[in-house]
Design a protein around this ligand. Structure first.
Ligand code: NAI
Length: 339
């Protein structure tokens, strides 16, 4: 059985609690992983390092895969989000967030099955903000042809491999004619090479209305950075909230797997956070090993974990965000019992 080396970043806030639970479940499920522990975020600062230490970047470059808990971005001057920095530095340009109904978690809609593909390196996350004069500030939105073509191609390739039927781009090209206009132009150009996948576009304000009226009409969403950030959280609301939506950031040569949610300082240290979003991200990681390294064992372990958490949820074993009573650890135990 193949052993995979994975950089583990426990993160801040609820990060260490949910990471410990997920590591425990992975081990109990028989995943063959060797953890290379590195720091980022507040944990790194408290250790006297920079918010994103060079040896963390080096380790991810070397091992190519990381499982990451959420990191707090300190508010104030001089701190760029560690998460944004990490994705940009490593060129992990494609964020993927699958949003699906879960067994045993009843929400307003059934049959939600959306994949949000978010561009991770451009848009309003350039970090270039200026004070023109006191009381007048600007923020720069960046779009490059290279970046827009790259994410579009990634999304269409993903949709092809996953046998998805339709990609919809949400945009505001009627107002941001150059930046969103370029994104749209590139997506449309790429779509011509993929005749099996339907291509659609929608102006984001009206698209949000359609989304909340009936999310089942959408399949894969292709979004620039900020829209992807906002729409991912919105979509999480369809299936039970931020505690149940996993994510991954892919580059051409590696990936980090992390939940959509942040470090949840409001509930940190209380052993009540839901570890499921990070666990589902770890399942995505195992499937990534299965697909890229032809490792059938990783796929089997991933399926075992999925069945176990589905069973736990249908048995009513839930954390508080899903209306249950279980602590983070007790929910992890409930999953382990069902492996
Ligand atoms: P958040 O996602 O941390 O929390 C939003 C709400 O969802 C809170 O009420 C929280 O309690 C709840 N929540 C989140 N995850 C949960 C879980 N697993 N189980 C139960 N409830 C959960 O977003 P917020 O408050 O905007 O950000 C807090 C910090 O996290 C900030 O410093 C932010 O920069 C950082 N952040 C980090 C991300 C990452 O590392 N990828 C992503 C988003 C935010």
């Amino acid at each position: 059985m193949m052993t995979h080396q994975v950089v583990l970043i426990r993160g801040d806030g609820i990060g260490p609690e949910i990471t410990a639970a997920v590591v425990r479940i992975l081990e109990a499920a028989g995943a063959k992983l060797e953890w290379i522990e590195r720091r980022a975020g507040l944990a790194a600062l408290e250790h006297g390092d920079e918010v994103l230490p060079a040896d963390t970047i080096t380790a991810i470059r070397e091992h190519k895969v990381a499982l990451k808990g959420p990191c707090t971005t300190p508010v104030g001057d001089g701190f760029q989000s560690v998460n944004v920095q990490l994705r940009k530095t490593l060129h992990f340009y494609a964020a993927v967030r699958p949003v699906r109904n879960l067994a045993g978690v009843h929400t307003r809609f059934d049959d939600v099955d959306i994949v949000v593909v978010r561009e991770n390196t451009e848009g309003l996350y350039s970090g270039v903000e200026n004070e023109i004069t006191p009381g007048v500030v600007t923020s720069m939105k960046v779009a490059t042809e290279k970046g827009c073509l790259r994410i579009s191609k990634w999304a269409f390739d993903y949709a092809t491999v996953r046998k998805r039927k339709k990609i919809t781009v949400f945009h505001k090209a009627n107002i941001m004619k150059l930046t969103d206009g370029l994104f749209l132009k590139c997506a449309e150009a790429v779509s011509k090479d993929y005749s099996d996948i339907q291509y659609d576009t929608a102006i984001i304000d009206a698209a949000c209305m359609r989304l909340v009226q009936d999310p089942t009409q959408f399949d894969v969403l292709l979004l620039e950075n900020l829209y992807g950030d906002v729409i991912s959280d919105l979509c999480a609301g369809f299936v039970g909230g931020l505690g149940v939506v996993p994510g991954a950031n892919f580059g051409d040569d590696g990936a980090t797997f992390e939940a959509v949610h942040g470090s949840a300082p409001d509930i940190a240290g209380q052993n009540i956070a839901n570890p499921l979003a990070l666990l589902m991200s770890a399942v995505m990681m195992l499937n990534y090993f299965a697909e890229t390294m032809d490792d059938a064992d990783s796929h089997r372990v991933a399926e075992r974990i999925k069945k176990a958490y589905d069973k736990a949820l249908t048995d009513g074993q839930k954390t508080r965000d899903l209306g249950g009573q279980l602590s983070t650890d007790a929910f992890a135990d409930a999953i382990i019992e069902r492996l």
